[in-house]
Design a protein around this ligand. Structure first.
Ligand code: ZN
Ligand code: ZN
Length: 556
């Protein structure tokens, strides 16, 4: 058991000597590096960012003269057109209005658009109202005009009758109004505060600056704002709408703070096409009250106008070593793309055919899952070694082939064997005639070489051949390499130089010689064994070796 704390495992790499692959690798890596650097500089990935916190105030200025029905040139100033309420981060400019003057509490017939048509008092329900009503029905039917009779209501009378705003808009000249927007911002993480009215802007600058020639001017003409939002002011003034004024602060605090400047942009926020929208524009009602002779009266305004919403967003970035390290760490995985691409290339058949080498063979080392069940089998009539899965029931000869490995011969062993054969050292003076198995009629059904005796154990049922032919144990080379006793004795002595001379006919001697003979057979027929497998020796050869070095000699 290896102590896990005292070891370190690392990946084994395969180095391919190839100018093409090498230059491809560096080209890809350089491309990735350039990409990473560009993204880093472009998106300022080396910076820590903080979002803007801001406050906005707006001050509208301008006067306009309008001509209301029945009145001569009324002048509207800021208090009139700004509407009664101001929201946070937005301001409102009335551009059009339906004015209903001198309303008093009383009874009057409702206009047909909002009220109920009637002929007699029975058609009206006292005390009833609905969402469109201007008041509560009195139960009487009255003459709205010469032609129409409607239910009378208790309400502010006279009731507002116009439904569509005047065209052109009453205050179309509001496009010449100006607004001063004051925006203070702060980036809390960096404790930086900025203002859109820059320190160098003095009073005379603010009086004279125009957005047309100075994009930093904080005073905007409403007509310019609407035009830059892609709209026509006089059209929009009729029904009203909502315009967004966006102030973007995108600051790089690695430079001087004075480079941190606002950028203004404008766009319309509500639905533009009034003929396609059910409730177009933007309007609301408000009233101004007064008392005439002890009776309360009011003037009702249905005001149409443009609401300007000021939206401030932005961020500031400052160099941060932590962000840089995090970014570099996150980009390292891109280099794996090179490996993926080149691995795909060298695996592709067209590249390996081109260079004549299959790199994936060198790259991938296969390890079997169940080592013991894989046997390697070498048939005389096949060049390669078969890997078969051992099965308890089936015969080994018919076992399923799971792979084929090339026969890897140990060059030094082959040289030694050839040297031995050429030197003429062979079987001793008594060239034994190959023993023909006495139990010839017991030849197994699966045998192809005519020399295998059937076995009760299926894992022993293996022939030396796949197709019919001569048995390997009948080869003279088998006698000289596997059975030649002086050779086996020499080999035993070679591995154990202090081995005492083997007594002839001893049980240990035979066992040793037998083991050595099996080993010789394996070295000869398999060479270097494929990984994770055990050699299987054919039945005919096992029988032949057992006959030569029988186990029962010990009883003698
Ligand atoms: Zn056989
Ligand atoms: Zn055989």
């Amino acid at each position: 058991m290896v102590c896990p704390l005292c070891t370190y495992e690392t990946t084994k790499l395969v180095r391919i000597h190839s100018v093409r692959l090498g230059s491809l690798k560096w080209t890809l890596n350089a491309t990735i590096l350039v990409f990473i650097c560009l993204v880093m500089l472009w998106n300022r990935k080396y910076q820590q960012f903080d979002l803007v916190v801001s406050s906005v105030t707006a001050k509208v200025k301008g006067v306009a003269s309008t001509r209301l029905p029945g009145q001569e040139g009324v002048v509207w100033d800021v208090a009139d057109y700004s509407g009664p309420s101001q929201d946070k981060n937005s301001f409102f400019v009335v551009t059009n209005a339906i004015v209903t003057k001198r309303q008093k509490q009383g009874r009057c017939p409702e206009p047909p658009v909002s009220g109920r048509l009637c002929r007699h008092d029975d058609d009206c329900d006292e005390g009833s109202w609905d969402q469109h009503s201007n008041g509560i029905q009195t139960g009487l039917c009255g003459n709205f005009d010469v032609l129409t009779r409607t239910c009378e209501v208790k309400a502010w009378c006279p009731i507002e009758t116009k439904t569509s705003p005047p065209r052109p808009a009453l205050l179309a000249s509001a496009e010449n109004f100006t607004v001063l927007i004051k925006n203070n911002i702060r980036f809390p993480a960096f404790n930086v505060t900025r203002r859109n009215i820059l320190p160098l802007m003095n009073d005379s600058y603010l009086r004279s600056c125009r957005r047309a020639n100075d994009s930093l001017c904080p005073i905007f003409r409403l007509g310019d704002v609407v035009r830059e939002a892609g709209e026509n002011f006089s059209l929009m003034a009729v029904e009203g709408g909502v315009i967004g004024i966006q102030i973007k602060w995108d600051c790089n605090l690695d430079y001087l703070t004075r480079h941190c400047l606002p950028r203004y942009s404008f766009r319309r926020l509500d639905e533009k096409e009034s003929n396609k929208t059910l409730y177009p524009g933007f309007n609301f009602r408000f009233a101004k009250y007064n008392t005439v002779n002890g009776v309360e009266e009011r003037t009702l305004y249905k005001a149409f106008g443009i609401r300007f919403d000021v939206m401030v967003f932005g961020q500031a970035g400052k160099f941060s070593i932590i962000q840089l390290v995090v970014y570099i760490g996150s980009t390292l995985s891109y280099y794996a793309l090179t490996t993926v691409l080149i691995d795909w290339l060298i695996r592709s058949s067209c590249y390996s055919a081109d260079v004549g080498v299959d790199y994936s063979e060198k790259k991938v080392e296969s390890v079997g899952d169940r080592r013991k069940s894989i046997l390697s089998v070498s048939y005389v009539d096949e060049d390669d070694i078969r890997l078969v899965r051992m099965c308890r029931k089936g015969r080994l000869q018919e076992a399923q082939t799971v792979g084929v490995a090339p026969r890897k011969e140990d060059a030094s062993v082959r040289a030694a064997v050839l040297c031995l054969l050429l030197s003429g050292a062979g079987p001793g003076g008594d060239p034994q005639p190959a023993l023909v198995p006495k139990a010839a009629p017991l030849r197994a059904s699966w045998c192809q070489c005519e020399r295998c005796i059937d076995s009760a154990l299926p894992q022993e049922a293996l022939c030396c051949r796949q197709s019919k032919g001569a048995c390997i144990s009948s080869s003279p080379l088998f006698d000289r390499l596997v059975l030649h006793r002086p050779l086996l004795e020499a080999l035993l002595l070679y591995s154990d130089p202090l081995l005492p001379p083997l007594p002839a006919g001893g049980a240990t001697t035979a066992a040793n010689l037998r083991r050595c003979a099996y080993k010789q057979y394996v070295t000869w027929r398999f060479g270097v064994l494929p990984d994770d497998s055990r050699p299987a020796i054919p039945r005919c050869c096992v029988t032949r070796i057992r006959e030569e070095f029988p186990a029962w000699t010990d009883s003698a």
